[in-house]
Design a protein around this ligand. Structure first.
Ligand SMILES: Nc1nc2c(ncn2[C@@H]2O[C@H](COP(=O)(O)OP(=O)(O)OP(=O)(O)O)[C@@H](O)[C@H]2O)c(=O)[nH]1
Ligand SMILES: [Mg+2]
Length: 314
């Protein structure tokens, strides 16, 4: 699934381009990616810093193939994992043909007169490298139209946004107008991926993400940020089903109990929801086995960074 391979010659009138989705944590980048692709490939939760690595979602409209890279939210990083996440986000922008900055318009409307600090940082970063971006003011389903005027003005004044779109990634409002603008800017060229490929994420990583999403949704405080999920084995079964074994790694022994819950209730509930989602994703029977382990250093293991496609910095 992660293999790239051109499939149509440029002569056929095809267009192709790489578009980065950037923005503050929780702005709605992953929701927008899923909307563009038409299938859920990136996990989405109400919590900040859900996305940890860079991943691509591939959308096709007519002769155009658009490869969107979802990036971790850009924020002021503290931990090594955070630094790698923010670095991956900037690399995603640098490698793209075009960047879309996603801003939570609801959050922006609640602080009139100024941009949020993360977006200020992104604007400064764009200026530094002399790039323009398309602005997507998202979550307009939550904002009164009058408030949007001021939000639009403040962002427009920065001069780094070539176009501004008002959208709701959740309802789809305005998303195809944004898409049309992106298609217009594409250069002629062969498609980069086969037309049935929707993402560059290997299936075992995607399966781990599905479980991590449930852990994010069902666990609270620092716990979601202290854990990761890895797929340890993937066995095809004769009956057409698949057995997936995954490990939820936490940092301290004391956190294991919180993930497992009373009488195993929490892990059962995480497993049941993840299995249901995996079955609909894979369209077959899934036997999911979750194990919880404490490994103090998971966040600082180079292999973990590699597994999710992040760069490890000493
Ligand atoms: N009402 C509303 N909610 C939205 C919209 N877009 C996203 N959300 C919600 O906002 C929250 C964050 O969405 P994500 O797509 O995970 O945001 P993100 O930018 O990928 O966040 P990180 O990965 O943490 O950087 C989720 O609860 C979404 O359901 C929208 O257009 N309207
Ligand atoms: Mg995300």
């Amino acid at each position: 699934m992660s293999e790239a391979g051109g499939s149509r010659p440029a002569a056929a009138g095809t267009k192709c381009g790489f578009i980065a989705l950037a923005g503050a944590p929780n702005a709605g980048k992953s929701t927008l990616l899923n909307r563009f692709v038409g299938t859920k490939i990136a996990i989405v939760t109400p919590k900040v810093q859900t996305t940890r690595a860079r991943m691509s979602g591939i959308a096709i409209r007519g002769d155009a193939q658009l490869i969107f890279t979802d990036t971790p939210g850009i924020f002021t990083p503290r931990r090594r994992l955070d630094r790698a996440m923010v670095k991956a986000a900037w690399a995603g922008i640098a490698d793209s043909d075009r960047a879309v900055v996603v801003v939570d318009a609801d959050r922006a409307a609640k602080a009139p007169g100024k941009m949020d600090p993360d977006t200020v940082e992104i604007v400064a970063g764009l200026r530094k490298v002399g790039r323009q971006a398309v602005l997507a003011l998202n979550k307009i389903d939550l904002v009164k139209p009058q408030a949007l005027l001021e939000v639009t003005r403040i962002h427009d004044e920065t001069g780094v946004f070539e176009r501004i779109f008002l959208i709701s990634a959740a309802t789809g409002d305005g998303v195809e107008d944004l898409m049309a603008c992106l298609i217009e800017g594409l250069r002629p060229g062969p498609w980069h991926y086969p037309e049935d490929q929707l993402t560059d994420v290997p299936m075992r990583v995607m399966a781990a993400e599905v479980t991590r999403e449930q852990a994010f949704l069902q666990l609270h405080q620092e716990l979601p940020y202290s854990l990761t999920v890895e797929t340890e084995s993937w066995q095809e079964r004769k009956d057409g089903g698949v057995r997936i074994d995954q490990v939820i790694l936490v940092q301290r022994e004391s956190q294991k109990g919180m993930v497992v819950g009373k009488g195993g209730a929490r892990i059962k509930s995480i497993g049941a929801a993840a299995r249901a989602e995996l079955e609909s994703l894979l369209d077959r029977k899934v036997h999911l086995f979750l194990h919880v382990k404490a490994r103090a250093d998971w966040m600082d293991r180079p292999e973990h960074f590699r597994e999710i496609g992040l760069e490890f910095e000493r």
